[in-house]
Design a protein around this ligand. Structure first.
Ligand code: SF4
Ligand code: SF4
Length: 325
């Protein structure tokens, strides 16, 4: 007897609708924007966003267009995120999460709770996404990374970053934690801590404009941002992996599209991408011999990719509806 599977689009619709319904029923004041402006309209927003998740699943499943759609919707999410922030600051306070301002700098997800000693919502959210889709936060869900992606594509092909880049990012991550601890012990004011976070964010923008644009690699995400390293390490808790099959000819075509510096010749010989892989999936369609695939434990190929895309599209849709500062 053949086992039938529900359509991936249906699963993405159901996952998104169920998550948003839970948030809508449990959290007060309302998290959904439509509900904030018109009582009852939150249910319509849930329907629209869940339909969007189903549509996006179709687009991301297309073998050829997948990479393009991922980048488009990722950028869309970031534009919506920052537009809400700027409009919120301009006086439309309903567009802010709580009315209290938080810094939209990814490193603050790590440093903020260390400095404050409270506020674990974002670290928990980050960990849950890592459990579900590995390091895909950094290729589908981050409001900052989408701009790094845009900048690096100004150069047609990525260049390999220096081999000790991992040590730079490790050093920056340790420094960020150390500064947060020092600010806490020293009893630094919120303004002082916010200024440090902002300065870190502005240096990150400079890295995007100077290093990513020139190298064609997402240097901000691969070499500077501590959350990229945390995502790569926490992502190991998820069974999702990209793997290179035995008949890889080492032609390097996949390395020409990897913006995360994760497909060097050594990585190809080891038949696994480097630590910086974000599971973006762009390399899969680039291999002329079909030698790259998603894996999820014993699940391989199309099935593992479909599972990953359903989860990534659902999370993206939920973030689009809920993520704001
Ligand atoms: S590395 Fe940092 S900025 Fe880049 S996508 Fe990941 S969390 Fe966002
Ligand atoms: S190895 Fe493939 S899936 Fe991983 S970051 Fe590079 S292109 Fe994306």
């Amino acid at each position: 007897m053949t086992r039938t599977h529900p359509a991936p689009q249906l699963v993405a619709f159901a996952l998104t609708a169920a998550t948003l319904t839970l948030v809508h029923r449990v959290v007060h004041p309302p998290m959904l924007l439509a509900e904030r402006y018109l009582a009852g309209a939150g249910w319509v927003q849930i329907l629209v966003i869940a339909s969007y998740a189903a549509w996006l699943t179709t687009k991301l499943l297309e073998p050829k267009g997948s990479a393009r759609w991922r980048r488009r919707v990722w950028l869309l999410f970031s534009v919506v995120f920052f537009a809400q922030l700027f409009l919120g600051l301009a006086g439309f306070e309903g567009l802010l999460m709580t009315g209290e301002l938080h810094l939209p700098v990814p490193a603050v997800i790590l440093a903020g709770p260390i400095y404050r000693g409270t506020g674990l919502f974002m670290p928990v959210l980050f960990t849950v996404t890592a459990l579900l889709v590995g390091p895909a936060w950094c290729s589908h869900l981050c409001y900052f990374g989408a701009w790094d992606d845009l900048a690096c594509r100004l150069r047609r092909r990525p260049q390999a970053l220096p081999s000790k880049t991992w040590a730079v990012r490790l050093g920056i991550t340790i420094a960020v934690v150390a500064v947060a601890v020092i600010l806490r012990i020293a009893g630094a004011s919120t303004m002082g801590a916010a200024a440090s976070g902002l300065a870190f964010g502005f240096v990150g923008v400079a890295v995007i404009l100077l290093w990513s644009r020139r190298s064609g690699v997402m240097a901000h995400c691969v070499a500077y941002c501590p959350m990229g390293l945390v995502a790569n390490l926490l992502g190991k808790l998820s069974p999702f992996r990209i793997r290179i099959k035995d008949d890889c000819t080492l032609c390097g075509a996949c390395g020409q599209v990897c913006r995360y510096d994760a497909l060097s010749k050594g990585d190809l010989q080891r038949q696994r991408p480097g630590l910086t892989c974000s599971l973006c999936g762009d390399c899969i369609g680039a291999c002329p011999n079909g030698q790259l695939e998603y894996r999820f434990g014993g699940l391989r190929g199309t099935r593992a990719r479909t599972l990953f895309i359903v989860l990534a599209a659902s999370l993206h849709a939920v973030f689009l509806a809920l993520a704001r500062v």
